[in-house]
Design a protein around this ligand. Structure first.
Ligand code: NDP
Length: 475
C-alpha cells in the first residue's frame, strides 16, 4: 500500500468489533458486490450507446443546425443514408491529436509538478495537501489540492494568447470540435481499460477493490476505489477535475469567440452561459477540498463511468448551450435576461449553502451554528471492512431539514437556467436539464440505498425525520 495511506479515521469516534461484523459490513458498504439485471441492462445500454448519443448531438449541430429531429427525418425518409452523414463528419486530424495531447500533458504537468500556492495568499481557500474520507478498507488518502491554481494558470494563458501573443485563434476549440471528440474518446477508453487492467495486476490498495465477476459491470463501474500512479497522481481527482472541468470554461470562451467572429458580437445569452457556468466551475475548484468528501470520491470506484464520462460526456454534453448559441445567436430581452440570471444565482446559492452546511457540520462534528442555531442531528454508526466501528451524524437542520438532497435541487435550478438562455426554438439545449434530473434522481436513490446499507436503522430514523428527497412536500 502506498505511503500516503494510513488507517486513521477523521474526527469520528471508533472502536473495534468482531470479524463477523466486519464481513457483514464488507458485503454491505460501498458500491455493489452483486449485479442485478436492471443495473446490468442499463450498463450494457450505456456502454453501447453513450458514445453514439454524444456523436449524435455534436453531429446534429455540425450538419443540421442543432436540430435533433431533422437527421432522423432524413434517415427515415431515405433523403440521406447513415453513410452520407458519416462521410460528412470530420475525421481525426494530426492537428487535433497535437492540440489534445498538449492539453492533457499540460494539465498533468500542472497537477503533478506545481504544488498549490493559492492557499498561501487567498483567505478562506483550502488548498495544498488535504485528506480524503476514510475508505471502506479504513484507509485515508492524501491529495494535493491545486485545481484552482491549474484553472487560473490555464485561463491567464488563454487570455494572454487571445489578447497579446496570438499563437492560436480563441476559436480553436470550436474549429476542431469533432476531431477533438475522437481524441477525447481515445483517452476515455484508454484510461478506463488501463484502470481495469491495473486493478487486476497492480492495484493501489487491493483491499478497496471490488470484483463482481461481471466483466461489463466491473469495466463500467470500476474495480479500484482510488487508483493512483506514484504517490500523488490520483485518477479520480485528475480526471474528474481536469482536463474536463478546466476545459469547460475554455470551451465556452471558444464558443463566445466564434460568435464574435461569425456575427461581430457576443449575445447576452452567450454571456449568461459563460457567467453562470463559470461560477459553477470556479465554485468547484474553490471547493476542491470539499469535493474529496462527495460521492464521486468517497464512494464511486474508477471505471468507464468516470474515466470516459469525464473525458467525453462532460466536456461535450455539459457545454451544449454554448455550442447551440454559436448556431443560433439568441438575444434575450432584458426581463428574460434578469429572470434567467436570478434563477441561476438562486439555484447556485441553494447548491452552495446546502453543501456548505453539511461540510461545516461534518468538519466541526456538529459544533457550529446553522441559521444562527446549534444544529439538530441523528447519531448513527457503521462498520469498515477491518471490523472497526465508526460513529457519525446526520444533520436535520438548515436546508438538510427541508429535504434530504436540497443541494441537488439548487443544482437543478441552475441547470434549468443554463438551458433557458437558449430560448425555446430547439430541444437540444434542454438535454442538460433532462440529463441532470435523471442523474441526480438516480443519484438520490443510489446514495440512499448505500446510506441505508451503511447506517441501517439509523438511516430509517433519519428518513422519518426528513421525509422528502428533493422538493419539500412533493418528492
Ligand atoms: P452529497 O454532497 O449530498 O453527499 C451525500 C452524502 O452526504 C451521503 O452519502 C452521506 O455520506 C452524507 N449525508 C447525507 N445526508 C446527510 C446529512 N443529513 N447530514 C450529514 N451528512 C449527510 O452528494 P454528492 O456527493 O452526490 O453531491 C455533491 C454536490 O455535487 C451536489 O451539490 C450535487 O448537486 C453536485 N453534483 C454535480 C454533478 C454534475 O454533474 N454537475 C454530478 C454529481 C453531483 P456519509 O456516508 O458521509 O454519511
Amino acid at each position: 500500500m502506498a505511503a500516503h495511506q494510513e488507517k486513521k479515521p477523521p474526527e469520528e469516534r471508533k472502536h473495534r468489533s468482531t470479524q463477523n461484523d466486519a464481513r457483514t459490513s464488507q458485503v454491505q458498504w460501498g458500491r455493489a458486490w452483486e449485479v442485478d439485471w436492471f443495473s446490468l441492462a442499463s450498463i450494457l445500454f450505456l456502454l453501447m450507446f453513450a458514445p453514439f448519443i454524444v456523436y449524435y448531438f455534436i453531429m446534429s449541430c455540425d450538419q443540421y443546425q442543432c436540430s435533433l429531429i431533422d437527421p432522423l427525418t432524413d434517415l427515415f425518409t431515405g433523403n440521406r443514408h447513415l453513410s452520407d452523414i458519416w462521410n460528412k463528419t470530420p475525421t481525426l486530424t494530426y492537428r487535433a491529436a497535437g492540440i489534445y495531447t498538449l492539453w492533457v500533458a499540460f494539465q498533468v504537468f500542472l497537477y503533478v509538478f506545481i504544488p498549490d500556492f493559492c492557499h498561501k495568499f487567498l483567505p478562506g481557500y483550502v488548498g495544498g495537501v488535504q485528506e480524503g474520507a476514510v475508505t471502506p478498507a479504513g484507509a485515508v488518502n492524501k491529495y494535493e489540492i491545486n485545481g484552482l491554481q491549474a484553472w487560473i494558470i490555464t485561463h491567464v494563458l488563454w487570455f494572454a494568447n487571445a489578447y497579446y501573443f496570438h499563437w492560436f485563434s480563441p476559436t480553436i476549440i470550436f474549429d476542431n470540435w469533432i476531431p477533438l471528440l475522437w481524441c477525447a474518446n481515445v483517452l476515455g477508453y484508454a484510461v478506463s481499460t488501463f484502470a481495469m487492467i491495473k486493478s487486476y495486476f497492480f492495484p493501489t490498495n487491493a483491499e478497496d477493490c471490488k470484483f463482481t465477476g461481471n466483466f461489463f459491470y466491473d469495466y463500467m463501474m470500476g474495480i479500484e476505489f482510488n487508483p493512483r500512479i506514484g504517490k500523488w497522481f490520483d485518477f479520480k481527482l485528475f480526471f474528474n477535475g481536469r482536463p474536463g472541468i478546466v476545459a469547460w470554461t475554455l470551451i465556452n470562451l471558444s464558443y463566445a469567440a466564434k460568435q464574435q467572429e461569425l456575427y461581430g458580437q457576443v449575445t447576452n445569452s452567450m454571456i449568461l452561459v459563460n457567467v453562470l457556468q463559470g461560477i459553477y466551475v470556479l465554485d468547484f475548484f474553490w471547493n476542491e477540498a470539499w469535493y474529496l468528501k462527495t460521492i464521486d470520491i468517497c464512494h464511486d470506484h474508477f471505471g468507464w463511468y468516470l474515466g470516459w464520462g469525464d473525458c467525453v460526456w462532460l466536456p461535450y454534453l455539459y457545454t451544449l448551450q454554448g455550442l447551440y448559441l454559436v448556431y443560433h445567436p439568441v438575444q434575450l430581452c432584458t426581463a428574460n435576461t434578469i429572470g434567467v440570471l436570478v434563477l441561476g444565482l438562486i439555484g447556485y446559492y441553494i447548491f452552495r449553502m446546502t453543501n456548505h452546511q453539511k461540510d461545516l457540520f461534518r468538519r466541526t462534528n456538529g459544533n457550529c451554528k446553522i441559521w444562527g442555531k446549534k444544529p439538530e442531528y441523528i447519531e448513527c454508526s457503521y462498520m469498515s471492512v477491518d471490523g472497526t466501528k465508526y460513529y457519525s451524524k446526520l444533520m436535520t437542520s438548515g436546508f438538510w431539514g427541508w429535504a434530504r438532497h436540497f443541494n441537488y435541487t439548487g443544482d437543478l435550478m441552475g441547470s434549468l437556467a443554463y438551458c433557458l438562455t437558449c430560448g425555446f426554438q430547439h430541444i437540444l439545449p434542454y438535454f442538460y436539464i433532462v440529463y441532470m434530473t435523471i442523474l441526480l434522481t438516480h443519484r438520490c436513490i443510489r446514495d440512499e440505498h448505500r446510506c441505508f446499507s451503511k447506517y441501517g436503522k439509523d438511516w430509517k430514523r433519519y428518513t422519518a425525520a426528513v421525509p422528502y428527497r428533493l422538493i419539500p412536500g412533493i418528492f
